[in-house]
Design a binder for this molecule. Structure first.
Ligand code: FES
Length: 218
């Protein structure tokens, strides 16, 4: 799409956050993705012009990080963690069930363009493995059936709530939050639960502390 004045104003607002303007390249790419549903050549061109970079430099960033997509994602991005712990606890089965339901494989979109499926790396959420993300919001402790239920409810346009609190919006809305993190939604998530805090609880029960700086093993 053509980038109108309101988009250009958002770009300037992002750029002004940083003492070195080139540091804005990643949030600007998220902003482009929030508008275009993908990283377009035009989007990279505009970013390059705004930052005084070459399009090759912007392209290098956009093609290095897997969160930037060069094809339209669709309404919802579905990530299934298939790293070690999630895979052992059923992540591969969750991925296979969704892949079969959508008729899409890794980094592919389903036929009607609603869902994008991706095998994702560890989300540092292993306490609640196997983990799925919907538009980068967590769905903890999934099974093939619970994951398919989420897909079906989203396909019917029903409200789906992350197991950690926030209501699922859509991919482009999440991308806008990644460009502008202060979106007023920070309070939607829940508190850390007992499973997440189990290690800390055990450490406190046993009086364990971390070594002070300089006191670690030689
Ligand atoms: S291995 Fe899946 S969240 Fe860590």
């Amino acid at each position: 799409m053509a980038y109108d004045e309101s988009v250009m104003a958002q770009m300037r607002e992002i750029i002004e956050r940083y003492p070195n303007s080139r540091s804005a390249v990643m949030p600007l790419l998220h902003l482009v993705q929030s508008i275009d549903d993908e990283i377009t050549p035009e989007g990279m061109q505009v970013i390059a012009e705004q930052l005084g970079l070459t399009t090759a430099e912007v392209t290098a960033v956009a093609t290095f990080y897997t969160m930037y997509k060069r094809r339209p994602v669709g309404k919802h991005h579905i990530g299934v963690c298939t790293n070690t712990l999630c895979a052992l606890l059923g992540g591969d089965a969750v991925y296979d069930a969704i892949s079969e339901r959508l008729g899409a494989g890794h980094d592919e979109r389903d036929a009607d363009g609603t869902f994008w499926l991706e095998r994702i790396e560890c989300q540092a959420a292993c306490t609640h493995a196997p983990v799925m993300t919907v538009d980068w919001e967590f769905m903890d402790c999934q099974t093939p059936q619970s994951a398919l239920d989420v897909i079906d409810r989203l396909a019917r346009g029903e409200e789906v709530v992350s197991t950690r609190g926030p209501v699922i919006r859509d991919f482009q809305a999440t991308e806008h939050t990644l460009a502008f993190p202060v979106d007023g939604l920070a309070g939607e998530g829940g508190e850390a639960d007992a499973i997440m805090l189990a290690g800390l609880t055990v450490a406190r029960e046993r009086g364990m502390t971390a070594p002070a700086p300089g006191e670690g093993p030689a």
